[in-house]
Design a protein around this ligand. Structure first.
Ligand code: FE2
Ligand code: FE2
Length: 238
């Protein structure tokens, strides 16, 4: 029986460099943000959601690019295990894309938000209770630390927004990382400036943000970036 990452100490998980400790730390932050989200509305809800997206998308992108390929190499059932969390990630990407297309106050938002919270919690449970303890069983502590460093580097440079069309597996996702990350971070900067107050350039910033959104949607549709995709996590199937 595997011991959940949630129930192990930092030392048991391989120390502060270990990918298991870094994963757990982000999951704790996510849990706090999901609790904060409850009972929020309008602008305040938008703020909390933005912080959730900034945490979740680079975190998951780095899992898909760095961790799950290792799981598939070291575990005989790694393919099935990782496909399940990739499907959860895909659903999160699709839910957020849909949410971002709706106006505040749209009645469709409530059920979508509830489902988003539910899938994010399921994803954390699957990783902490099953995938990560299985990885821990198969690889040495020194490798958990190396994976921790690699995961952190990719996370720090990964896209920060929902990209449902991009492959959830290499090579597509790894190839897409740089252009999408640049576009996402420019858009984050434009949106942050907009949030700071409706000064005269607000219209220009809004147009810049919309142009960046269109650019990133065009980029993620390039066939190169859907390479490696499992059919069950492809948006084209819908
Ligand atoms: Fe995770
Ligand atoms: Fe995840």
């Amino acid at each position: 029986m595997h011991v959940s990452v949630a129930e192990q100490s930092t030392a048991q998980l391989g120390g502060p460099l270990s990918v298991l400790v870094r994963q757990k730390r982000d999951h704790v932050k996510l849990n706090a943000l999901l609790q904060e989200l409850e009972g929020t509305h309008d602008r305040q809800q938008g703020e909390v959601l933005r912080r959730i997206y900034r945490l979740v998308f680079p975190h998951a992108f780095a899992e898909e690019a760095v961790l799950w390929p290792v799981m598939r190499r070291v575990l005989p059932d790694g393919g099935d295990l990782t496909l399940e969390v990739e499907q959860e990630h895909q659903e999160v990407n699709e839910l957020v894309t849909r949410l971002e297309s709706l106006e505040e106050g749209d009645p469709e938002r409530g059920p979508l938000l509830n489902r988003l919270v539910e899938v994010l919690r399921e994803d954390v449970r699957d990783e902490e209770d099953t995938l990560l303890p299985r990885l821990q069983e198969r690889v040495a502590v020194s490798r958990l630390r190396l994976l921790g460093v690699a995961w952190e580097i990719v996370r720090g440079t990964a896209p920060t927004r929902a990209h449902p069309v991009v492959a959830r597996r290499p090579p597509g996702n790894a190839l897409a990382a740089v252009p999408l990350s640049v576009l996402d971070r420019l858009r984050d900067a434009a949106d942050f400036a907009l949030l700071r107050g409706p000064q005269p350039p607000a219209g220009a910033l809004q147009r810049a943000s919309s142009a960046l959104r269109r650019a990133s949607h065009a980029v993620e549709r390039l066939p190169l970036f859907t390479r490696g995709e499992d059919p069950s996590t492809s948006t084209a199937r819908r």
